[in-house]
Design a protein around this ligand. Structure first.
Ligand code: ZN
Length: 370
């Protein structure tokens, strides 16, 4: 994630912290001191915020440890002021595994709250909570409340919260249909998001917590995207990269000019061009954006070699289409070349639009079969 910095690596998972976190600490320090707090109060408030985020980190490690049991690695966790994000290599597709991975995060918070309650006891009344003289106990109770809130918030049955995953996993276990389970869970998540917005507009919740509006919006989008992604994965199951690639395309030579590239760009709907070296193998890609900016900077006589993206990621035609798609997304390039591993010759171009077309065709054919 951009603007995030490495702070530690724990059991093979890198822990990163987002730069905006400094803003949160600054805001807490400013708020405490402007309310008349002394330096010691400011330090205590900062310590409490750090302890809260340690609980967020432990929550994420709950997911990471559970994922690890099923052989899924987690390359990194990023701490943001709104919470933590663990980037798992992949989500488990077996409902029972997803259920365990999703539950292990909130379980950590239940354990933390339980341990704090055992050590410090529970406040018997609100006055007790406000007026207890022991600052350590007050801090522990705040932390306990924070962990209870984290459990409640994360267990709301809406994607991308853990509760949404738990619900999807349970529905998939009972119905045996992962795609349908995702659609139902996503629809419920979106319905909750809409209800929250309605509550904010008509129930006056907005004044109490304006952040909720942002969260509801985020949940609505994320739930829809999850359903779409799972449906797409289902449509391309069993297909290979070769089934979703473009097979008619133009190529450029390293010593071609940008003028030649622009002629091809204008004459066809192709936007990105594989660049071949003298032996006929792919040595780079010339993407439309780079072509246009190089043209502006260097003129039409400039050689493609100097403007191309050298040594791009290359896909093999037999790779499962799902894996090709995630490689394309991770590469953040619009197009990847597909090369025959035996001959070394380029056989296709892989783009998200082409895969989308395959999905449309497959779902149209399925509908016809029903
Ligand atoms: Zn979680």
């Amino acid at each position: 994630m951009k603007w995030s910095y490495h702070i530690a690596t724990i059991a093979g998972t890198e822990v990163r912290i987002h730069a905006t976190f400094a803003l949160l600490l600054g805001f807490v320090a400013w708020e405490t001191s402007s309310a008349g707090g002394e330096l010691s109060h400011v330090l205590q408030a900062l310590l409490l915020v750090c302890a809260m985020f340690l609980c967020v980190l432990l929550h994420e490690f709950g997911h990471v440890t559970a994922a690890c049991w099923y052989g899924i690695r987690t390359p990194d966790i990023t701490l943001l002021p709104i919470g933590g994000v663990a980037r798992l290599e992949r989500m488990p597709r077996k409902p029972s595994e997803e259920l365990v991975v999703a539950l292990c995060g909130p379980l950590v918070n239940v354990i933390i709250a339980g341990v704090l309650a055992l050590i410090f006891g529970l406040p018997t009344s609100l006055e007790d909570l406000m007026n207890d003289l022991s600052q350590l106990r007050q801090g522990a109770w705040t932390l306990m409340g924070w962990n209870v809130m984290m459990v409640a918030f994360n267990m709301v049955p809406a994607f991308p919260m853990d509760g949404g995953r738990v619900l999807r996993a349970l529905l998939a276990l009972f119905t045996g249909d992962y795609v349908k389970a995702t659609r139902w869970a996503a629809t419920l998540g979106q319905a909750i998001a809409v209800l929250v917005v309605v509550g904010m507009v008509f129930g006056g919740w907005f004044d109490r917590s304006p952040m909720l509006l942002l969260i509801a919006f985020f949940v609505f989008i994320a739930a829809g995207r999850e359903a779409q992604m799972v449906a797409q994965e289902d449509h391309v199951r069993g297909l290979r990269v070769a089934d979703g690639m473009m097979t008619e395309f133009h190529t450029l030579r390293e010593d071609s000019t940008l003028r030649h590239a622009v002629d091809l760009l204008r004459a066809s709907s192709q936007q990105d061009f594989p660049v071949l070296n003298d032996s006929g193998t792919v040595s780079g890609m010339l993407f439309r954006m780079e072509l246009i900016s190089s043209l502006a900077d260097h003129g039409p006589a400039h050689r493609v070699r100097e403007s191309m993206y050298a040594s791009p990621l290359i896909l093999e035609p037999d790779l499962p289409l799902n894996e090709g798609l995630s490689a394309l997304q991770q590469s953040s390039m619009p197009t990847l070349p597909v090369v025959d591993p035996v001959t070394g010759i380029i056989v296709g171009m892989f783009t998200a639009e082409n895969v989308h077309e395959v999905v449309l065709i497959r779902s149209a054919l399925r509908r016809q079969m029903i």
